[in-house]
Ligand binder design. Structure first.
Ligand code: ADP
Ligand code: MG
Length: 234
């Protein structure tokens, strides 16, 4: 039940197009939001709930565009040697409040003292945010998210994110990572696509396996930074 998702070339083309469209939508969206607020403040006669709906919908467009923008070609960003344990730890801290509200507990093992990874920090962080958020959202009744990491070879480290959530029916497993595939009322269906794209651009691999009502396991392989490898060999 393990699969590699989405053809990489297709993903790159779709991603680049999506990101450039998102970029173009961003500016008019910001001005729309601004003027909407202005109208709300200066025209008290208009129904309040109209503004709430409009603002909510604009926020939704904003959410979609910002998720797509992650796919944009990194310009100022460059690959740097980073401590992956620290990146994961930062994400856990960031999502701590959301986990707490949802009765979700983290069980983290061995993420420290891993060999360093060459990455764009903000992108990898975004990938882990997407994955851990999904894990939290898969457990509306609460539960545990296990996060573990290890060196699997001289070249690779592996990170596992295991939840006890509702899982993904076998028939839908193939859809995960397709643009706009979501089963959530307020979902964008862009998180997994972005995550696949990020891991792929880092020379890594992402696998999703799942069992209904048991939970989902996400397996990530990332290449070890060459200089760290050398240090280890000496
Ligand atoms: P979104 O979270 O906005 O729905 P994603 O691309 O992040 O979009 O995820 C797409 C879909 O994949 C989700 O709607 C959900 O059905 C499924 N999914 C992803 N991760 C998990 C998980 N850990 N457990 C169960 N289902 C998941
Ligand atoms: Mg998501």
């Amino acid at each position: 039940n393990k699969i590699r998702l989405l053809d990489s070339e297709k993903l790159t083309a779709v991603g680049q197009l999506a990101a450039s469209i998102a970029h173009e939508i961003r500016n008019p969206l910001t001005s729309l939001k601004g003027f909407l607020q202005l109208i709300e403040n200066t025209m008290p006669g208009i129904k309040k709930e109209y503004f709430t709906i409009m603002t909510d919908e604009l926020t939704r467009i904003e959410m979609i565009t910002s998720e797509l923008l992650v796919l944009a070609k990194p310009q100022a960003q460059e690959f740097k040697c980073e401590d992956i344990g620290k990146i994961i730890n930062d994400v856990i801290m960031l999502l701590g409040p959301q986990a707490l509200i949802n009765n979700v507990e983290f069980d983290v093992t061995d993420i420290h003292a891993l060999p360093q990874v060459s990455c764009i920090n903000t992108q990898l962080k975004q990938a882990f945010i997407n994955l851990i958020k999904n894990a939290i959202e898969a457990m509306p009744q609460g539960g545990k998210i296990r996060i573990a990491a290890r060196k699997v070879s001289e070249e690779q480290i592996e990170i596992q994110i295991i939840d006890e959530g509702h899982g993904i029916p076998k028939a839908f497993l193939k859809q995960i990572g397709s643009p706009f595939y979501t089963t959530k009322e307020k979902g964008t269906g862009l998180g997994m696509m972005t995550t696949f794209k990020i891991i792929q651009s880092h020379g890594g691999l992402l696998n999703v396996s799942s069992e209904e009502r048991k939970g989902t396991t996400v397996l990530i392989h990332l290449p070890i930074h060459p200089t760290t490898k050398q240090e280890k060999n000496e």
